[in-house]
Design a protein around this ligand. Structure first.
Ligand SMILES: NC(=O)C1=CN([C@@H]2O[C@H](COP(=O)(O)OP(=O)(O)OC[C@H]3O[C@@H](n4cnc5c(N)ncnc54)[C@H](O)[C@@H]3O)[C@@H](O)[C@H]2O)C=CC1
Ligand SMILES: CC(C)CC(=O)C(=O)O
Ligand SMILES: [Mg+2]
Length: 356
């Protein structure tokens, strides 16, 4: 098992260390693990003068999977795009063709009281948000900034999708829904945006190939409202890059914390990049406060999707559940009567439980 490990910046470093610890616990003794650490983000600039050094891309291409932490630093916005630590991840996703981003918003029953929503609204919550990851306004050309004809500074980005890009993610979405509860909600803004009219038309056309899947369409503003009002109505949600980015952070709070949401970014086949949905959290970085469970659960997704190790993935997920049932909590999911632990202690507990 060849895995590229890219901790990145901020809490990315702290949480990835815990995921590696649990990975070694669940796999280490039975199978050779080849872990190659690679610098990315500010760490890439420090190591090689580039947020995405070519050595890092090389390591990624030789690996079966990537375990990623997070990248980005305060003040990033002021740096040109290609040199921006946070943009390294976008560049990597694009270079590796990782177009399908799975973000499961699953509520561990033990955390029902940690969510901001009422228990009866979220009990049994299990949503798969599928975010298209290599198109949309994050990548559309032209992009830039300058001075307009009236002498005012202006800046612009382009929301752009081609028909094959929409078709590709739609097929992934329908196939995913087939493996779950056969309900797919496509989220767009077709009432305002031409690109989203194309999105809706293509998803509707592709749906004819999957008559066993119930498909609905929502505008993104209404989808955000429904996600908070009655989230259990959703099974699979498919949407574009920016809407998926925003909706998945919102969905994280249904599960208790952004520190609970894992993700898998896939191309065709089994190669994938696995990362928590959260960022580098500069406000808590370096303090042993970050919740490592999103990273650990991302590693479980890696075992399942890149290595076909369903039983080991399940062992990791069960270990997380048992640790939560034992009452261990990082600050973000703390509940009265529970034991407050740090990042490392949470990682140790999951690793020890996986071995039990
Ligand atoms: N995938 C990636 O590499 C991402 C990188 N970023 C970058 O991260 C930096 C910070 O971005 P923010 O908007 O502040 O988002 P963020 O996700 O880093 O933090 C938002 C809030 O959630 C908290 N939080 C995040 N992860 C947590 C965890 N595991 N445990 C406990 N609390 C947690 C933080 O303390 C903060 O209050 C920026 O430079 C941004 O560009 C942001 C999102 C994703
Ligand atoms: C670099 C950002 C687009 C990362 C992010 O917020 C995400 O992927 O969720
Ligand atoms: Mg995000």
């Amino acid at each position: 098992m060849k895995i590229a490990v890219m901790p990145g910046d901020g809490i990315g470093r702290e949480v990835t260390a815990q995921a590696v610890k649990v990975l070694k616990a669940v796999i280490g003794r039975t199978q050779p693990l080849e872990l190659a650490e690679a610098a990315i983000g500010q760490a890439g600039i420090d190591a090689a003068g580039d947020p995405l050094p070519s050595a890092t891309t090389d390591i990624a291409r030789k690996a079966d999977a990537i375990l990623f932490g997070s990248a980005g630093m305060p003040g990033d916005e002021a740096i040109p795009f290609m040199m921006r630590p946070g943009a390294s991840l976008l560049r990597l996703r694009k270079e590796l063709g990782l177009f399908a981003n799975f973000r499961p918003a699953f509520l561990f029953p033990e955390l029902i009281g940690a969510s901001t929503l009422k228990p009866e609204v979220i009990e049994g919550l299990d949503i798969m948000i599928l975010r298209e990851l290599t198109g949309d306004v994050y990548f559309g050309e032209p992009r830039g900034s300058g001075v307009n004809a009236a002498g005012q500074r202006e800046a612009f980005n382009t929301m752009r999708y081609s028909e094959p890009e929409i078709e590709r993610i739609a097929h992934v979405a329908f196939r995913t829904a087939r493996e779950r509860r056969r309900k797919l909600c496509s989220v767009d803004k077709a009432n305002v945006l031409e690109v989203m009219q194309l999105w809706r038309e293509v998803v509707a056309r592709v749906s004819a190939e999957y008559p066993d899947v119930e498909v609905t369409h929502l505008f993104v503003d209404a989808a955000a409202m429904q996600l908070m009002r009655a989230p259990r109505q959703f099974d699979v949600i498919v949407t574009g890059n920016i809407f998926g980015d925003i909706l998945s952070d919102a969905a994280a709070m249904l599960t208790g914390s952004i520190g609970m949401l894992p993700s898998a970014s896939m191309a065709a086949g089994t190669f994938g990049l696995y990362e928590p949905v959260h960022g580098t959290a500069p406000d808590i970085a370096g303090k042993n406060l970050a919740n490592p469970l999103a990273s650990i659960l991302s590693m479980a997704m890696m075992l399942r999707h890149s290595f076909g190790q369903t039983a080991n993935a399940q062992r990791v997920e069960d270990a997380v559940r048992r640790v939560l049932a034992d009452g261990l909590r990082t600050g973000d999911i703390f509940q009265p009567g529970c034991t407050r632990v740090g990042t490392e202690e949470m990682g140790d507990a999951v690793a020890a439980t996986v071995l039990r």
